[in-house]
Design a protein. Structure first.
Length: 451
């Protein structure tokens, strides 16, 4: 496995994994019975929200500062990674190195990873055959998941398990699968885009380009600004801790020693849900509906405010606002806003997003029902994609999925590197919960005597 000339990333992981695995084992031995959290009924019945029951090596989510990659605020990551030039956004490959190792890579290390991914990027022809046979009405996310599964025969982890590889060596095969998958994912996504929206007129990859720029090229736009948007977009959407639906679904499936092809596909099926990755699509739909209803591409602030209040009265959610954890404006939104201010400040759709940013939070605050009225990452991403010609919003979640591969695959490697066990929470019978709470509500014999 790996190149004949050596694999510096794998060697680094070997050292890091040995050290951290020993620390985890010691933690289990010395503090395994320590109580970490108290579970409330609302958490049991509320999707385990807020329950501290998982670990995550690659990223975390802070209510005040937002997503952190290896402790670095997401808004600072791009500035610290190697880049093509001072005017460009950072190489996405550098972020993957950071997520895996916890260290900012050198230019040499990024270039090695770029070459490695390029060498692994060939997609078997039968995968494209599967995609080309899908009906035209197939949702791009369904096609994306199928494309990943169609490549599963390439899994070296699957072969290793059939041969009885030891548990301690399993991470090496997960690592190989992760690199092979990461190399091919942009090719699958670009093929789906050209298949469904560009009459099957495919564009050959350009091996001289980096991962993010080559993805933009295969989509059909060679504007250097679009290359930079893709680099920025993919970095901003790469990871989000270990508990959101897409990452958790992938890690749950991976905990059963399912290979990264199966696990990543599961994560994409979770990402395709309306309460998760489809939110970026819903923002664009909302703005288009508002423009049509108000008869203007750039409604006034007063018109937007009236429209938003009317939607709230009808019980509609304003997409692109709020977050399960964050209590401030999402730094990823601000990073995209800064990009738009530099590259497309006169775009009317972008200006509508900015007006929503100005108008909606005070309206949501006035309801007294919203903990976080501020915009999240989804409010701005669709407007930027539209500016560069990607107007097919049903494809937007595929962009999200390509980016999320960076975090999911890095976490899957670390889960196997640490030897984490299969996830197996206990489900409480609902009737037992009713009975238990009813019994606790009854006054004890001692309390009745006191009364």
């Amino acid at each position: 496995m790996g190149e004949q000339g050596g694999d510096p990333l794998k060697e680094r992981l070997q050292v890091l994994g040995e050290a951290l695995r020993q620390q985890v084992r010691q933690l289990l031995q010395e503090s395994g019975d320590q109580v970490l959290d108290q579970i409330r009924v609302r958490q049991v019945l509320g999707g385990m929200r807020g329950v501290r029951a998982l670990v995550c090596v690659t990223s975390s989510l802070d209510p005040e500062t937002g997503v952190r990659y290896r402790g670095i605020p997401v808004a600072e990551v791009s500035a610290r990674l190697p880049r093509p030039s001072a005017e460009d956004e950072a190489y996405v490959e550098g972020l993957f190195w950071l997520l895996l190792t916890g260290s900012i890579p050198t230019e040499e290390e990024v270039n090695w990873l770029r070459r490695t991914l390029s060498e692994r990027s060939h997609v078997p022809y039968q995968v494209y055959e599967v995609l080309d046979r899908l009906p035209a009405e197939t949702h791009p996310m369904a096609a994306f998941s199928m494309g990943i599964l169609a490549m599963r025969r390439e899994s070296v982890m699957r072969e290793a398990l059939q041969k009885g590889v030891s548990k301690d060596k399993l991470w090496e095969y997960a690592y190989e699968d992760a690199l092979n998958l990461l190399a091919k994912i942009p090719y699958i996504a670009a093929h789906i885009y050209r298949r469904f929206y560009r009459d099957g007129k495919y564009i050959d990859p350009d091996p001289s380009l980096d991962w993010g720029a080559n993805f933009a090229h295969m989509l059909g736009n060679d504007d250097p600004a679009f290359y930079n948007l893709m680099r920025l977009y993919l970095i901003l959407h790469a990871d989000h801790g270990g508990g959101n639906v897409s990452v958790h679904a992938a890690r749950l499936v991976g905990s059963a020693w399912s290979d990264p092809y199966l696990a990543y596909s599961a994560g994409m099926n979770g990402l395709a849900g309306p309460l998760h990755g489809l939110a970026n699509q819903q923002v664009v739909q909302f703005i288009l509906e508002m423009q049509k209803a108000l008869g203007s591409m750039l409604p006034t602030r007063e018109q937007i405010a009236e429209y938003v209040r009317d939607m709230l009265k009808k019980g509609r959610v304003i997409p692109g606002f709020g977050h399960a954890v964050l209590r401030k404006t999402d730094p990823r939104f601000l990073a995209q806003k800064a990009f738009a201010e530099k590259h497309c400040p006169d775009d009317e759709f972008v200006q509508v997003v900015w007006r929503l940013y100005e108008i909606v939070p005070p309206i949501l605050q006035a309801t007294g029902k919203v903990k976080n009225p501020w915009p999240n990452v989804d409010l701005h991403s669709g407007a930027l994609l539209r500016h560069y010609g990607i107007v097919e919003y049903t494809f937007y979640t595929v962009f999200f999925g390509v980016a999320r591969a960076l975090g999911i695959l890095a976490q899957l490697v670390w889960d196997r590197l640490l030897g984490l066990p299969i996830e197996r929470p206990v489900a409480v019978p609902l009737q037992d919960l009713f009975t238990l709470l009813a019994e606790e509500a009854q006054p004890s014999e001692e309390s009745r005597q006191v009364v």
